[in-house]
Design a protein around this ligand. Structure first.
Ligand code: NAD
Length: 374
């Protein structure tokens, strides 16, 4: 199978969909890879490393010529998509929640598009789950960003010149990113608390040594979908949650927000008034920035200062540790590869497999994913 990997076209994207390690694994599985020249440069993977691993590096047009499978971190831009060979399979984080236009363009070009965001949350698919692999690193990086923006230390320090108090960190949303943020903040010595609307999160938070702070009413006890995601909560629950959070947040130095509901704008959890109740010097890192933000004052890709509180809206945290995030994402693709070929190694996606079925946006010129009414 001929696989192409291009330089990402999304502004600011530093990740790449293949690494020298993933090239080795795919070549061993019978694939031939062409990587666009310079595709891995921002993630510290030079062309020579890909060549050594068994790939060819070439200009974009050459990489695309005859490509059967195109691995991509994000959606390619329109001009690039228009150059994809008809019948090719495109796999990546294609942002399927962001309307139908991209899927329509793929269908029109005869591209069979598979969105990694729709990897089903079943045990067999865990090793292919790009949302998890990237969220985990985003959670880690959010705390590192917080530590670098915060003008104080995280751990308690007893020095001859006096004692420094430990930072208090609050993580909102204890999914994959949130749990990693909790673990990272704990490792740095902060006193950590967290919340979530899914009851299953309570035990996980406690097992990481953090305090769980949530309204635990009847609605909370039922607030998880069969797919393991959060449900949108009622207005009443949100009001009760806001009251509890307002009192808690005023005492925090660091707040990391990670709350997301698939396909919906991020829930608004921190109002301007709550920010105004925080101490000057406190830091909010809003991981949900790209979905509109959990904080009312968040601006994507900016650090906003309000009354001495800094609110950072890094919209693409995984790209801020591009070598590791590329490595994990590329491994997700390697793990998915057996579901894309037949025994002879030819491109033959297992369309009826639950995982491929869940991910398929377009096939044979048609938009078929149920989320688009397909
Ligand atoms: P996510 O990125 O969709 O959301 C992040 C977190 O925000 C979630 O924990 C969600 O419950 C929480 N949230 C939503 N609204 C909130 C609110 N109003 N207040 C506070 N928190 C709120 O979720 P995720 O990180 O992808 O993971 C969700 C769950 O799925 C986790 O338990 C995870 O372990 C599980 N998971 C399972 C698999 C698998 O089995 N293959 C793969 C990945 C994740």
């Amino acid at each position: 199978m001929r696989i192409a990997v291009l330089t990402e076209t999304h502004p600011g994207e530093a990740r790449v969909a293949a690494t020298p390690d993933s090239v080795k694994a795919l070549v061993k599985a019978g694939a031939s890879l062409t990587i666009e020249k310079g595709a891995g440069a921002k993630a510290s993977f030079p062309d020579a490393a890909y060549e050594e691993a068994g790939a060819r590096t070439a200009a974009r047009a050459t990489a695309l010529k005859d490509a059967e499978l195109i691995l991509s971190v994000r959606r390619p831009d329109e001009a690039t998509l228009a150059k994809f060979p008809k019948g090719a399979v495109l796999i990546g984080l294609l942002e399927p929640h962001d309307g139908k236009a991209f899927a329509d363009a793929c269908a029109k070009g005869g591209i069979n598009a598979l969105a990694m965001e729709y990897t089903p949350r079943i045990t067999r698919a865990q090793a292919m789950d790009a949302l998890s692999s990237q969220s985990n690193l985003a959670g880690y990086r959010a705390v590192i960003e917080a530590a670098s923006i915060y003008g104080r230390a995280f751990p308690m320090m007893m020095t001859a010149a006096g004692t420094i108090a430990a930072a208090k960190a609050f993580v909102m949303g204890a999914g994959v990113a949130g749990l990693q943020a909790i673990a990272t903040a704990r490792r740095l010595g902060a006193i950590v608390s967290a919340n979530d609307v899914r009851p299953a999160a309570k035990e996980q938070v406690a097992s990481l040594g953090a305090k769980f702070v949530a309204v635990e009413d009847e609605e909370f006890k039922a607030a998880e979908t069969a797919g393991g995601y959060a449900k949108e909560m009622s207005a009443e629950y949100k009001a009760k949650q806001a009251e509890l959070v307002a009192a808690h947040i005023a005492k925090q130095d660091i707040v990391v927000t990670t709350a997301l509901i698939p396909g919906r704008p991020a829930p608004r959890l921190i109002t301007k008034a709550m920010v105004e109740a925080m101490k000057p010097g406190s830091v909010i890192i809003d991981i949900a920035a790209s979905a509109g933000g959990n904080c009312e004052l968040t601006k994507a890709d900016e650090i906003v200062e309000h009354g001495g509180v800094k609110i950072a809206g890094f919209a693409n945290l995984p790209a801020r540790l591009a070598a590791d995030s590329s490595q994990l994402l590329a491994k997700n693709f390697v793990n998915l590869y057996p579901l894309l070929k037949d025994e002879a190694g030819k491109l033959a996606p297992h369309w009826d497999d639950e995982i491929i079925k869940g991910m398929t946006l377009t096939r044979d010129g048609k938009v078929i994913h149920p989320s688009f009414g397909g």
